[in-house]
Design a protein around this ligand. Structure first.
Ligand SMILES: NC(=O)c1ccc[n+]([C@@H]2O[C@H](COP(=O)([O-])OP(=O)(O)OC[C@H]3O[C@@H](n4cnc5c(N)ncnc54)[C@H](OP(=O)(O)O)[C@@H]3O)[C@@H](O)[C@H]2O)c1
Length: 293
């Protein structure tokens, strides 16, 4: 049987890098980074889709600079809002499946129990609004799509909380970390493995389950708890809990973003590991040195 063509966007990002690598056994992977496919350019998206004619598109590219999105709002909306809709329309034309990722930041964070998929959305920042626009554009296209909302993504490359804490731990004796924002850390490796497991069961089976799902490790943590887990038993730095109010950022963050994963588990028959187990696997995995962050 002919191997499917799989187009991956954002292939130099945390998720995209893992996905492009792990999808290789499942098809002819066309891995594109921003220089090869600029998601801010609608014509480039159409040309890439019509040129490659993929049977699966995995959109791992996104504008993820949450604070900068407050000022680069138009770019964030182009990449996170408009591009997924164009990918979806082109996927529909080709009869292809689209896999896309979204965020817990579509919610306002006022709940104290995990958010189900159909909870009311109310983004608190420009990034969250742009991601919600992307979800809506995909839904409006009528394409066959799996949209996975996830949260607090980290890994051994790129810019993320794990690498930031490791760098700061080497530089400072004391770190104040926000303790009143609750969410779930997710290793990009776990998220990519889950995606590949779904694709590996066959595109028709994946397409049958088209819809919106929360894809996340189990458990929950504050940034403070996550930082403590990263630093482990090391005597320094000393980590102290601070309040969001003590660490002002341009973008407002939801206070609570735990995603309920029951719909995912029922549809696909497996759960992701506890975030602490995923973190242990991540730090034991061969990674690349931090770029910065
Ligand atoms: N990171 C998180 O904490 C988090 C949380 C919840 C959901 N998500 C979602 O999960 C998905 C994967 O995120 P991630 O953590 O892997 O993000 P990431 O590491 O920031 O990777 C995103 C990739 O998209 C690329 N990109 C940005 N603008 C682009 C453009 N105009 N055209 C093409 N590529 C472009 C980036 O390239 P450059 O490096 O050149 O900018 C980067 O390689 C995204 O949909 C994101 O919204 C992430």
């Amino acid at each position: 049987m002919r191997r499917p063509t799989i187009l991956v966007t954002g292939a130099q990002g945390q998720m995209g890098f893992e996905l492009a690598r792990l999808l290789l056994p499942l098809g002819e992977v066309i891995a594109t980074d921003r220089s090869q496919l600029d998601l801010a350019d609608p014509d480039a998206i159409v040309a890439a889709m019509r040129g490659a004619r993929p049977s699966l598109v995995v959109n791992a590219g996104a504008y993820t600079a949450v604070d900068r999105a407050e000022t680069e709002t138009a770019l964030a909306h182009a990449v996170n809002g408009r591009a997924p809709g164009i990918l979806a329309e082109e996927a529909k034309r080709l009869g292809a499946l689209l896999i896309h990722y979204s965020t817990d930041y579509v919610f306002d964070g006022t709940r104290t129990t995990p958010y189900p998929e159909d909870a009311a959305t109310a983004p608190q920042n420009a990034y969250g609004a742009s991601k919600l626009e992307g979800e809506r554009a995909i839904a409006a296209s009528g394409a066959l799509a799996l949209v996975f909302r996830t949260s607090w993504v980290y890994g051994m490359r790129g810019k993320n909380f794990l690498l930031t804490i490791r760098r700061l731990a080497a530089e400072r004796d004391e770190l104040g970390i926000v303790a009143d924002q609750i969410g779930v850390p997710n290793w990009c490796g776990t998220l990519a493995e889950a995606t590949v497991r779904i694709v590996g069961a066959g595109l028709p089976a994946a397409a049958e389950r088209a819809g919106l799902y929360h894809l996340s490790s189990i458990g929950q943590a504050s940034w403070y708890e996550f930082a403590r887990a990263i630093v482990g038993d090391a005597p320094r730095p000393r980590i102290t809990a601070i309040a969001t109010a003590d660490y002002p950022t341009p973008a407002r963050r939801p206070a609570y973003g735990v995603l309920a994963t029951a719909r995912f588990e029922a549809a696909f028959g497996f759960a992701l590991p506890h975030w602490r187990d995923a973190l242990a696997r991540c730090v034991a995995s061969p990674g690349e040195p931090a770029a910065s962050g």
